[in-house]
Design a protein around this ligand. Structure first.
Ligand SMILES: *Cc1c(COP(=O)(O)O)cnc(C)c1O
Length: 430
């Protein structure tokens, strides 16, 4: 964009000036409103979440057999004792999700299971009341090998889709953006997944992946930017968290609401979880996303209300960050529109701050998270520092913040090789 166009935008949306200077910001969404009003405008509902949960349960016998799991694909809710002197802080540990060790084990795996069911139902090879553990029989793998899965990724989505699809027998093609870590590509290749490396960023890798898939019959493109299936796979987390809070005897109320902080890249993962939480907890949950100062695509899209019209590069930001999972220059329009009135706000975080959180989690709690997965802590810090009540369509008081339950969503880490993790820690010490 030229200087004149940029200045016009800054006049209209003043926060853009700080954003363009790479300064960390906290943006409160002016369209945030009561969940009842916001949710009724959407084309899906909690029954779609319940449908997704039932599908996951149908596949449970297969997942247990194929991956030697002894429970569902869910992560622990871990109390971080003494993180803050006054408020209760928890970590939602998606870094420890089974099968692929990141938040992508929710949406990514779910979408492939849904597609598998669709194909096998169509060919009359599977029925809804079957014991799905039969899917580990070789005959199914041979059949599914006629079908191709294509996905574009900064790393973790490719890992998640690659692992589950290869296990089911599909041919898999993963288009990786230049951010993707070497070890993620190596791991996929070792599973027989075709990895196509791009020198461009994520948005371009999506265009290339979609093109490659569209040119072939029997090829299914997992569309991270637009897929309602991925979104529902993430949303199921809302139902699961409700049970976990109950099990821990944690009461969610007006006096003690939930505050949830989630790292955001293109938006699918955090968007789906935000939606799911709103369906379950309504006005008793407030969700904050966190993005790198160098890649604040969702903030840009939502604050200008243009969603995917501009990339961060259009505003002279470079989209370069150690948070590889969040290195996305253009946000999902589908997600931005869906959460337009459901999201409380977005904070941005610097790479150096991510490393400080990384070191603290290792030193104080022996938890090993990848840089992207630590972004949520910045949202928590921002909120706990508020010394005046926050006024929007909702009033959020400092007393509610103090008495609330704070959940930082940790989005990845368990698959990171030891040597790579040690490097992060060394850099944090510097
Ligand atoms: C993908 C990812 C995110 C964000 O999810 P989006 O759907 O891209 O917004 C956050 N953290 C990690 C570790 C990820 O891999």
């Amino acid at each position: 964009m030229n200087v004149e166009q940029i200045n016009k935008w800054i006049n209209k949306v003043p926060i853009l000036e700080k954003l363009m200077a790479y300064n960390p910001v906290f943006w409160m969404n002016p369209n945030y409103t009561y969940s009842h009003n916001a949710l009724k405008k959407l084309s899906f509902s909690i029954s779609d979440m319940i449908d997704a949960e039932s599908r996951l349960m149908r596949f449970q016998p297969f997942l247990e057999k194929a991956f030697d799991l002894d429970g569902i694909i869910e992560s622990p809710l871990i109390e971080l004792e003494e993180y803050h002197k006054e408020s209760k802080v928890f970590l939602k540990g998606d870094h420890a999700l089974p099968i692929s060790g990141s938040i992508k084990a929710r949406g990514g795996i779910y979408e492939i299971l849904r597609y598998t069911e669709q194909i096998l139902f169509k060919y009359d090879l599977l029925h809804i009341n079957d014991d799905y553990s039969i899917l580990s029989n070789e005959s199914y793998q041979r059949f599914l090998n006629k079908f191709e899965i294509v996905v574009s990724s900064t790393g973790n989505l490719g890992l998640s889709i690659g692992i589950i699809s290869a296990k089911l027998g599909f041919k898999v093609y993963v288009h990786m953006s230049h951010d993707a870590m070497q070890w993620k590509k190596d791991m996929l290749r070792s599973l027989g997944v075709h990895v196509i490396e791009h020198t461009s960023d994520y948005s371009q890798a999506v265009i290339e992946g979609r093109k490659a898939s569209d040119s072939k019959e029997n090829s299914y493109f997992v569309d991270d930017e637009n897929s309602i299936n991925l979104f529902m796979g993430y949303a199921v987390a809302g139902l699961r968290l409700r049970n976990q809070l109950k099990d821990k005897g944690l009461n969610v109320s007006k006096e003690s609401p939930l505050f949830v902080y989630i790292p955001c890249g293109v938006g699918g993962g955090p968007g789906g979880i935000c939606y799911g939480l709103k369906e379950v907890f309504g006005d008793l949950v407030h969700v904050i996303f966190v993005e790198p100062t160098h890649a604040p695509c969702m903030l840009l899209g939502m604050a200008t209300e243009t969603h995917d019209e501009f990339s961060v590069q259009d505003f002279n930001l470079d989209n370069i960050t150690i948070a590889d999972g969040l290195a996305v220059g253009r946000a999902s329009k589908f997600v931005g529109k869906t959460i337009e009135e459901l999201l409380f706000g977005i904070a941005t975080v610097e790479d150096d701050e991510l490393l400080i959180y990384l070191k603290r989690l290792v030193d104080q709690y022996e938890l090993y998270l990848e840089p992207s997965a630590l972004a949520g802590f910045k949202g928590l810090d921002v909120l706990l520092k508020q010394d005046v009540d926050l006024y929007g369509n909702h009033v959020i008081t400092t007393t509610q913040i103090k008495n609330g339950t704070h959940i930082v969503w940790s989005t990845g880490g368990n698959m990171v090789p030891k040597g790579v993790m040690e490097k992060y820690y060394e850099n944090a010490n510097k």
